[in-house]
Design a protein around this ligand. Structure first.
Ligand code: ZN
Ligand code: ZN
Length: 392
């Protein structure tokens, strides 16, 4: 199976071409004129998707500008899609919800009690972003961020499992109206953006960490090399100057002037070389949204009563029968990838531990979900973004 060939065949057919498979990794394509223009091939073309180069066969691969040409053909279609994850209903419910909660929920400063579990439909939003980092080298990639709009939970690693599951699912099931209704409303763009921004920032940084590390090593190596080279030249010139110290006469004076000029030139060149390094290694990172996929997912919704001092509150946590996994609990401040939540006194917010950390100025503990901008006691602004991930 050649995934790129199958993708190209489907896309070209959709663009009005007549496509026939040829051998294990080829296609013959009869294209309408607009498609010929867009792809730069004749009306009748033979395409090869394998490694070998054959006569009269246009080789299509991931290199070159083929992906850009396919992207142009797709245009804006498919940027937002909605599908349903089909499971035979009624799907199996887990036998011991308490056991699931024991693994899924860690509350160091509160207690919880299982209330009930009911089958439900939820809306999971999976956003795909492409990042491009350019310095002396280039790194590109995709990241996925998932939110359960029904419970408000960030899906964390579950999003990759969901994607795998969808890619293994045959066919495309459009959402049934009854399921859409049961799944509840969408979120406003502003709400999605406010939740996604810190998660995206964290995920892209994590993706780029090895690239940035390697870049740092190369920069260090080049800087050390530039330094060593110029330091040696300078030391030689200074040595010659020292030897000329006691000499007198016109020639000695001319030699001294020459060596001084040499030292100055070496220092100027060194600074210029550092400037070049700064320029070569300057980093720019761009992130663009590629696709928003809304998946209607059958879940078992577990209601949990949370108690902190005299307060109590019920929150929902979904168990995904398709993945046989519970998602991370709701997180009202922080990324929410971990399973640990601290509960605040005033409103019983669930936050990551950093969300209830002592104030750096007055040491009072405060809830960042209640007071996102500054310490309510001394007014010191909250500076660190909600980008920290707890270890469980
Ligand atoms: Zn709070
Ligand atoms: Zn304070």
């Amino acid at each position: 199976m050649n995934t790129l060939r199958d993708f190209a065949a489907a896309l070209l057919e959709q663009q009005g071409a007549v496509v026939e498979p040829e051998g294990a990794d080829g296609l013959t394509v009869l294209s309408p004129s607009a498609l010929c223009g867009a792809m730069g091939w004749p009306e009748f073309a033979r395409l090869g998707f394998g490694a070998e180069i054959r006569e009269n066969v246009i080789r299509i691969g991931l290199e070159g500008d083929w992906l850009e040409k396919f992207e142009a053909l797709i245009g804006d279609r498919g940027r937002w899609v909605e599908r349903q994850l089909g499971l035979p209903e009624p799907h199996s419910a887990p036998g011991a919800p308490e056991r699931i909660l024991e693994h899924a929920l860690k509350l160091p400063n509160a207690t919880w009690r299982f209330r009930k579990m009911t089958p439900a439909w939820t809306r999971c939003l999976v956003l795909t972003f492409r990042y491009t980092a350019i310095s002396d080298e280039k790194r590109e990639g995709l990241v996925w961020i998932g939110l359960n709009l029904g419970t408000g939970a960030a899906l964390g690693d579950l999003v990759l499992r969901l994607r795998t599951l969808l890619s293994e699912t045959d066919g495309w099931q459009a959402p049934e109206p009854a399921c859409l209704e049961r799944a509840g409303p969408r979120w406003s763009t502003a709400l999605v953006a406010s939740r996604v921004r810190p998660i995206l920032d964290h995920v892209v940084r994590q993706e780029l960490a090895p690239f940035l590390g390697a870049m740092g090593h190369r920069l260090e190596r080049d800087r050390d090399r530039v330094y060593a080279y110029h330091d040696e030249l300078r030391a030689l010139a200074l040595k010659r100057l020292a030897a000329l110290e006691d000499a007198s006469g016109e020639k000695a004076e001319a030699d001294r002037l020459r060596e001084h000029a040499r030292v100055a030139a070496i220092e100027t060149e060194y600074r210029a070389k550092l400037g070049d390094l700064r320029h070569n290694y300057a980093l720019s990172v761009s992130v663009t949204g590629v696709q928003a996929l809304e998946i209607l997912v059958p879940v078992q919704r577990i209601e949990v009563l949370i108690r902190r001092r005299k307060g109590e509150r019920t929150v929902s946590l979904d168990w995904h029968p398709a993945l046989r996994l519970a998602e991370p609990p709701l997180c009202e401040w922080g990324l929410g990838f971990s399973r640990t939540r601290l509960v605040c006194d005033a409103n019983l917010h669930l936050t990551e531990t950093a969300g209830q950390a002592p104030c750096p100025a007055c040491s009072a503990r405060w809830c960042r979900a209640c007071h996102p901008l500054s310490c309510p006691k001394c007014g010191v602004p909250q500076t660190s973004a909600a980008g920290h991930v707890d270890d469980d």
